[in-house]
Design a binder for this molecule. Structure first.
Ligand code: PMP
Length: 315
């Protein structure tokens, strides 16, 4: 599909909004107080983020809703970005509200409605392993279509663990942490799987390379507790949906062996919303997806992001 000079590829299991050309000659992004052309914006080759992964970022979705273009949970994402900066000792000079308003301006200037937004806080030239010399804030956006019609994922258990939370605070969305995610995804694809599940240092299930994990068993949804996971905003929304739908949800530690008895399971993230899991290490889920509580949660999530319901009730 070609949309306004952007190249969008057909839907597959990968992040379709990410698998494209991110800008064209007209694209405008926000960079350090100005709106500039993406094709003319650049960065210093001696930046700390480029060399050491010392930077933080967010991923936000905007939707064309019945009430106009809306960023989903924008304040929560910018609160997390601000917290990531604090945890990493990276100064942030914009308030959450300013960042939200700037993001709406980026969308407007690019005439985007269904979009993926990428705020990035990156550090200037400094080859020393010390606090940053200068910090930049970028907000970019690109088209992201409405239907993340991803096929159910065939998932493996990664040989790579999530990092020890005593090495890097896992609550922060730090650029360098995604090396771990890339290794896990690459390994999964090499083994013929769509995606992978990473364990924590104790061998308990933590999360996907870029998504949180839930499974259903005997009418209860289970998800790993905080510590070795990014506390996802979609995860929080899923928990709120469960509360509204009177579905019991429990944070608990579990191992991959516990999942062989799962009725259903899914990954959840801002980017891909809720992705059905077909099997884990080739062991299929027990319930057909359409009969699962996970499917009900997915449908409800969709209604919420599109502002289609005033409550969580499905009609
Ligand atoms: N875990 C990781 C490692 C992630 O990268 C993401 C995506 N940001 C998530 C979980 C899900 O977070 P969210 O729901 O806030 O997008």
């Amino acid at each position: 599909m070609n949309r306004g000079g952007f190249i969008l590829y057909g839907l597959s299991h990968t992040n379709d909004c990410l698998k494209m050309k991110y800008y064209n000659t007209d694209t405008v992004l926000f960079l350090d107080g100005e709106f500039v052309k993406a094709s003319e914006a650049g960065t210093d080759l001696f930046g700390q983020t480029l060399h050491y992964g010392y930077g933080v970022f967010e991923g936000i979705r905007s939707y064309e809703t019945v009430n106009g273009t809306k960023l989903f949970e924008a304040h929560a994402h910018y609160q997390r970005l601000t917290q990531s900066c604090e945890l990493m000792g990276i100064p942030m000079h914009y308030s959450v509200e300013e960042l939200v308003q700037l993001t709406y301006q980026v969308l407007e200037k690019n005439q985007l409605s269904n979009a993926y937004v990428r705020p990035l806080v990156f550090c200037g030239p400094n080859m020393a392993l010390t606090s940053p010399s200068a910090v930049s804030v970028m907000i970019a956006a690109w088209p992201c279509e409405r239907h993340p019609s991803l096929r159910p994922a065939r998932v493996c258990v990664a040989s790579f663990q999530r990092p020890n939370p005593k090495a890097v605070t896992m609550e922060a969305k730090v650029c360098g942490l995604y090396v771990n995610s890339i290794l896990a995804t690459t390994e999964a694809r090499k083994r013929g799987f769509d995606d992978s599940l990473l364990l924590d240092l104790h061998g308990n299930v933590a999360e996907g390379p870029g998504a949180n994990f839930f499974y259903e068993k005997d009418g209860v949804m289970y998800t790993p507790p905080g510590g070795s996971i990014l506390p996802g905003i979609t995860r929080k929304t899923v928990m709120e949906i469960c509360y509204e739908l009177e579905i019991a949800v429990e944070e608990k530690t579990f191992t991959p062996a516990d999942l062989f008895e799962a009725d259903s399971a899914f990954f959840c993230s801002t980017m891909n919303e809720i992705v059905a899991i077909e099997s884990i290490e080739r062991q299929p889920m027990k319930k057909p997806w359409n009969d699962s509580m996970s499917n009900l949660i997915r449908e409800t999530y969709r209604n919420i992001v599109l502002d289609r319901s005033y409550s969580y009730v499905i009609v």
